[in-house]
Design a protein around this ligand. Sequence first.
Ligand code: ATP
Ligand code: MG
Length: 429
Amino acid sequence: MAKAQKGPKLQPVRGTHDIMGDKARTFRFINKVFQDIAKRFGHEEISTPIFEFTEVFNRTLGETSDVVSKEMYTFEDRGGESLTLRPEYTAGIARAFISNGLQQSLPCKFFGFGPMFRYERPQKGRMRQFHQIDVEILGVPEPQADIEVLALAATLLDKLGLKDDVTLEINSLGDKESRDNYRDALVEYFTAHKDGLSEDSLTRLEKNPMRILDSKDDGDRALVENAPRISDYYNEATKAFFDEVRVGLDALDITYVINERLVRGLDYYSHTAFEFITTKLGAQGTVLAGGRYDGLIEKMGGPATAGIGWAAGMERLAELVAPDLVPAPARPIAVVPVGATCQAKAIEIAQQLRSAGHRIEMSYRGNMAKRLKRANKVHANEAVIIGEDELARGRVMIKNLNDGNQQEVVLDEVLNYLNLYLSLEVKKL
Ligand code: ATP
Ligand code: MG
């Protein structure tokens, strides 16, 4: 026999988590509510690969974005290709749009869910593998799409019971003309205050000065306070677009505040940018964020196509959702054979009950007391006790674990009996 090897590291990688129990149920619940709502808004599911060519993200997210400059999991595969674990959904969906020639079928409305990967400093609400739900509308340059994705987000947060926990902040980053003018003003302002800028922001000043507004550095933030305001640079088209979005939100009773510093971390946004934030999660207060990215697909090499969407962090949502909103797992029926000769019948009955939709807790070992103890521990409603004597008479014993009553039932009637009993139980609730 080979000499025992030193064991593997038995810790999860820093910033990654196992998802099970209540957390898994909460994720599933959020996802289900999300999918139901997204479908009602006419969105279709999309699932893109977890890794893409690095270029897909490099080119689109912008080299000065935090994600590209320091957070990507990039590696060379065995064939020498540079690949990256997806840090977000939008770039992959835009790539899928181009690869599949979907410009023939505009508008496209997608929703997706899955893990994302960013090399960040792990802390509460910030992981290296985390999960996002995501919504995108491609091919609708009209402000109606902005209103719709925001309505979808607001409906979701409402259905998750979070309406009072979050605030919607919106901003307009304007069209290209407005943004170019604003950018010039920012460059002038920050160049005059260069000495106070962080190293990162000096780079941003060269490459994408608006990103300085998004800086988390205290020195930068102080300067940002007095920086020119974007609304002073809106042209008529930008104003009209933003007005329409706001009128739409008002009509739907979606409340918001305007935050002119909200520019979003990624380079590809234009017009509407937004975040739903909460004060209930400490420093990681952004629950859901997104915006319009009309230039993205063209920048990627596809046909000019408007786009707007958002992503929400599953872990942050799960942290906020009240536990009693999450449906508890169905209570099982315990199938308890007593003695080896009853095993085969037990398996048969268990299978019959499963086929009828019941959740079965199969009992594998121990005396009857032990088996019933286990049944109680997993909150079984009923135990179907299969003993030799009863079986010889073509019967089993069904024990109500809620009140301890038991009743002999003929084999053919087990399913009917349980269905009747359980429907009465449901009525009692
Ligand atoms: P932050 O400012 O918190 O870093 P971000 O601007 O990088 O957020 P987005 O790229 O807009 O975040 O992602 C959308 C959402 O995904 C966030 O609002 C958040 O809920 C979630 N999210 C982003 N990064 C992480 C992470 N490392 N761990 C957990 N959730 C995350
Ligand atoms: Mg981030």
